[in-house]
Design a binder for this molecule. Structure first.
Ligand SMILES: Nc1ncnc2c1ncn2[C@@H]1O[C@H](COP(=O)(O)OP(=O)(O)OP(=O)(O)O)[C@@H](O)[C@H]1O
Ligand SMILES: [Mg+2]
Length: 461
């Protein structure tokens, strides 16, 4: 029965598929919306290509119908953008009379089909049902895969809390395309690790992954590091340098601390992203490169944009997919999991067999505020190994600041119960009176019968 119930809940119906319908003629929208929702479909409508683009970035639609000609963002542009971030979305272009050429172009760009206006509802419905049938199969496969996969980690990125799982889903979703990714998060939250996992789970995994810390290389040097230079193009350029973009050709480049790049170079980077071309310092011509860019910062992007530290156009170009790494204090529930992960790592590395962590020590870790996030936790475990921890990590094996904060709080949290105090008092009175119950009662200022009763109740020896 249980198995059947579970099966039933996983059967997908029409309403599980999200449809977006985009057309700048509002009358069409309302008729279509009525018709489709009347037939049990889940439909969102939009009268504007630019708004639709934002909608499609915020959530994944299964099917998008879009008019071809709209002001600002047209159907083909929408199609291209959607296919970049969510290739499994099927896009159908709505064409007016005499735009067959564009329809063909749309098919080339990966649209599923095109539909001629005026729209025949029967054809619309058949088309949707055909796509739903195809996607049901794919979705069910994905569901099965998801259940099978160990969702406590994703290639070394560990965590089972909601925020980390969302990241797993994004990594899955973009594994067959190469949209630019912008990763935000405090120091030590795993930005570089996530970038690496994204690369390892992409079609580019057999090509290089190159990480560059933009903050560590000064001004002019960064440009030639990234884009290369020709011999003699500046003092010290004693030989040609292909640059990291070229070195990462076909693969991924991770630009860490992206906000440290100075304004002039930001323009060049933007160009590299848009045109997929770079110009080495001192070179007359540009070179084409095929590099997936993942950028990261541990700063607040609102501030970076407001203070013009980062160019807005560059930010939008990078921020096709946005990932925010949670701080460790936002995922405390994952601390035991992370501790286990690092224990395994350091056990292997040092050929030790540390088995676990004591409840008190775990309690300390749980209460600490972790300004250095997962990296700090990793260091704490490593430190315990270096100090020669035995089988179990105890509170004493933790750094003072982590133990201290906790002990202040524990002082109030761990008040002993009345029962514990009574037992302790009676025991010490009995010790003092050599087990004489009458004298112990006298010492404690209670009746002899009371002490007999309590000894019985608490089973004191
Ligand atoms: N969720 C996680 N699971 C396992 N290990 C993690 C996780 N998050 C971080 N780490 C580990 O913590 C350390 C720091 O991670 P990483 O270098 O990716 O952080 P970062 O966000 O890039 O930090 P910074 O901003 O200081 O550069 C690494 O050793 C990484 O393996
Ligand atoms: Mg980093």
């Amino acid at each position: 029965m249980a198995a059947m119930a579970e099966e039933n809940t996983e059967k997908l119906t029409r309403s599980d598929f999200r449809i977006l319908f985009v057309d700048d003629e509002k009358e069409i929208l309302s008729i279509v919306e009525q018709y489709l929702s009347g037939h049990g479909y889940q439909v969102t409508v939009s009268d504007n290509g630019a708004k639709a683009l934002v909608l499609a970035r915020e959530k994944v639609f299964d099917i998008i119908f879009t008019d071809l000609k709209m002001p600002k963002v047209g159907g083909l542009e929408l199609l291209r953008a959607v296919k970049e971030t969510s290739p499994e979305t099927e896009v159908i272009i709505l064409t007016g009379y005499g735009t067959v050429d564009s329809a063909v172009e749309a098919l080339k760009l990966g649209s599923y089909d095109y539909l001629q206006k005026p729209i025949e509802f029967e054809r619309l419905k058949i088309l949707i049902d055909r796509i739903i049938e195809k996607q049901t199969l794919q979705k069910e496969n994905i569901l099965i895969k998801k259940r099978l996969r160990d969702r406590y980690q994703y290639d070394g990125l560990v965590g089972a809390s909601e925020k980390i799982r969302e990241i797993y889903t994004i990594i899955d979703r973009i594994s067959h395309t190469s949209p630019t990714v912008f990763i935000q998060g405090e120091s030590g939250t795993g930005k570089e690790l996530a970038a690496n996992v994204i690369h390892q789970n992409s079609d580019r995994k057999d090509m290089p992954f190159i990480a560059v810390n933009c903050g560590a290389i000064v001004g002019n040097l960064l440009e030639s590091e990234l884009f290369g230079h020709l011999k003699g193009s500046f003092t010290g350029a004693i030989r040609d340098n292909v640059g990291l973009f070229k070195a990462a050709d076909g693969g991924t480049i991770f630009l860490d601390e992206i906000a440290e790049i100075e304004a002039a170079l930001q323009v060049k980077l933007l160009r590299a992203l848009q045109e997929r071309k770079i110009r080495p310092v001192g070179a007359a011509h540009e070179k084409t490169v095929d590099v997936r860019v993942i950028a990261a910062t541990n700063q607040d992007t609102d501030v970076l944009l407001r203070k013009n530290i980062m160019r807005e156009d560059l930010y939008y170009r990078l921020n096709v997919i946005n990932i925010r790494m949670p701080a460790l204090r936002e995922m405390r529930a994952d601390i035991p999991l992370l501790v286990r992960h690092f224990l395994n790592r350091f056990n292997t590395r040092s050929q030790k067999k540390v088995q676990g962590i004591s409840p008190e020590a775990l309690d300390c870790l749980d209460r600490y505020h972790w300004p250095g996030n997962v990296r700090q936790l990793e260091n704490v475990i490593e430190r315990a190994f270096a100090l020669g921890v035995d089988k179990i990590i105890q509170a004493e094996d933790l750094p003072l600041e982590i133990r201290e904060i906790t002990q202040q709080k524990v002082g109030t949290a761990k008040i002993r119960t009345l029962r514990d105090n009574e037992i302790a008092l009676i025991k010490s009175a009995l010790v003092k009176t050599n087990g004489n119950r009458a004298k112990a009662a006298e010492l404690l200022g209670v009746n002899t019968s009371t002490i007999y009763r309590k000894i019985e109740k608490y089973q004191i020896e």
